[in-house]
Write a protein that binds this ligand. Structure first.
Ligand code: COA
Length: 158
């Protein structure tokens, strides 16, 4: 059962976003970077999953023409495997189709198989590799792309 709801991220959420960033990403964004993203509401769209007033996950996307770029996606440790990230993606995909987005892309570490599985469920497929994409680990990133069917009103994941 889904016990969280999804709403637009706000500046007051930045502390909780930082907790997820620092726990989940080897190269976490800083408070300043997150605030910049939240402020730029023209090309960015950040959403949070909130359960009992607590942020348990968030998703940040960027729009370029009719394309969507997944900038970041994270679930609070201890809350993984419950469908939090999937519900954030479902909501974003419904919004993206309404906006006329036709394609989506993202970079993900080659070793992040858990995220690969999630993204593959949304139709993403690898099209290339960015060598040494991550500054600290020097790990390569897979570049994934997905097509969105503008006529499909249902969430992407089966
Ligand atoms: C990758 C990440 C975002 C996934 O978040 P999540 O909230 O655990 O994702 P979901 O719960 O929606 O899906 C994960 C799994 O749980 C399963 N699941 C979904 N809903 C479920 C439910 N209601 N009950 C049980 N399992 C469920 C999914 O089928 C999926 O299984 P799979 O991995 O075998 O495909 C999370 O692990 C994370 O924050 N990782 C670190 C940051 C990161 O790598 N971000 C992505 C790269 S930018």
């Amino acid at each position: 059962m889904t016990t969280w709801s999804i709403r637009p991220a706000e500046r007051r959420d930045v502390g909780e976003l930082l907790v997820i960033e620092e726990a989940q990403f080897p190269e976490p964004w800083t408070k300043g970077m997150l605030l910049d993203e939240l402020t730029n509401t023209v090309t960015r769209r950040y959403t949070v999953a909130v359960e009992d007033t607590r942020v348990v996950g968030y998703l940040g996307v960027m729009f370029v023409m009719d394309e969507l770029h997944v900038n970041t996606l994270g679930t609070l440790p201890g809350h993984e495997g419950r469908g939090v990230a999937s519900s954030l993606m479902d909501e974003a995909w419904v919004d993206a189709r309404r906006r006329g987005v036709t394609r989506a892309t993202l970079e993900v570490a080659v070793s992040n198989t858990r995220a690969h599985r999630l993204y593959y469920r949304y139709g993403f497929r690898p099209v290339g590799v960015r060598k040494n994409y991550y500054e600290r680990s020097h790990e390569d990133a897979l570049v994934l792309w997905a097509d969105l069917d503008p006529n499909d009103e249902t969430p992407a994941a089966p």
